[in-house]
Design a protein around this ligand. Structure first.
Ligand code: SF4
Ligand code: SF4
Length: 234
């Protein structure tokens, strides 16, 4: 099976095949807190976010020809960043041991600010993501991959217009990502667009929940991924 088959077009056709994130105990608790705190307020509605076309066509990553795979971090020396939702899905699936580091908050003049500084990550092995299988070139936890992997190389950006900032989804420019163009808005693009919007909403959720509700998060089981209470915003 080619990487293109696994990561590219066909992988986005059916979410029931590629999304095996379990809605276990930690995910359900997090969802309840997010619903109570945010009630969808401030979240982007996928139906109202446009996708940016390039030269009249949509773009898809050409993972099959890619020599700089996003699962291989030799050049970047970094692990995959994890949101609260990613952490909950991994813990609920018994893969919490592969999470390293913690959320941290920015500091100014010794005071902890309500702004996220660092995020937990997926472990790396030999410079690759711990879930990357070098021999096959595939993700061994494809259905469970974090949201940043799901939406890459698409992202939400904001256009400044007379009526304010308008969100759009676009193929990230400047990333070392070979791509193909297609002239129709197919399921493959739709899935990446939806994942980019979900990632944006998850980032917003984390920015709201982590500074304001770290005690509740600690009680529900996120303690290993949070700094000590004195290193959290008051
Ligand atoms: S960098 Fe782009 S083309 Fe390469 S593996 Fe990642 S998504 Fe696919
Ligand atoms: S979780 Fe899977 S898709 Fe994401 S970087 Fe690791 S191997 Fe790649």
């Amino acid at each position: 099976m080619s990487l293109l088959h696994f990561l590219g077009l066909t992988s986005y056709l059916n979410m029931s095949i590629t999304d095996s994130r379990k809605k276990g105990s930690l995910s359900k608790k997090l969802n309840r807190l997010a619903q109570a705190v945010l009630a969808n307020e401030g979240l982007l509605n996928p139906a109202s976010v446009k996708i940016k076309k390039n030269n009249g066509s949509f773009e898809i990553p050409d993972c099959g020809t890619c020599e700089d795979r996003c699962c291989v971090h030799k050049k970047r020396g970094e692990g995959i960043l994890l949101s609260l939702r990613d952490i909950a899905a991994l813990v609920d699936s018994g893969l919490g041991d592969f999470i390293i580091k913690q959320f941290t908050f920015k500091k100014k003049k010794g005071k902890v600010l309500p702004e996220i500084d660092q995020m937990p990550r997926l472990q790396s092995k030999d410079g690759n993501c711990i879930f990357y299988d070098e021999q096959s070139g595939l993700c061994t936890q494809y259905g469970l991959r974090p949201i940043i992997c799901r939406r890459f190389p698409y992202e939400v950006a904001y256009n400044n217009t007379k009526s304010g900032e308008v969100p759009i989804v676009r193929f990230i420019s400047g990333v070392p990502c070979p791509k193909n163009s297609i002239s129709y808005y197919g399921e493959s693009v739709r899935q990446m667009v939806n994942d980019a919007i979900e990632d944006e909403n998850i980032s917003f959720e984390d920015e709201e929940l982590l500074p304001g509700y770290h005690e509740e998060l600690r009680k529900m089981g996120f303690g290993p991924y949070l700094p000590n209470p004195e290193e959290c915003p008051p």
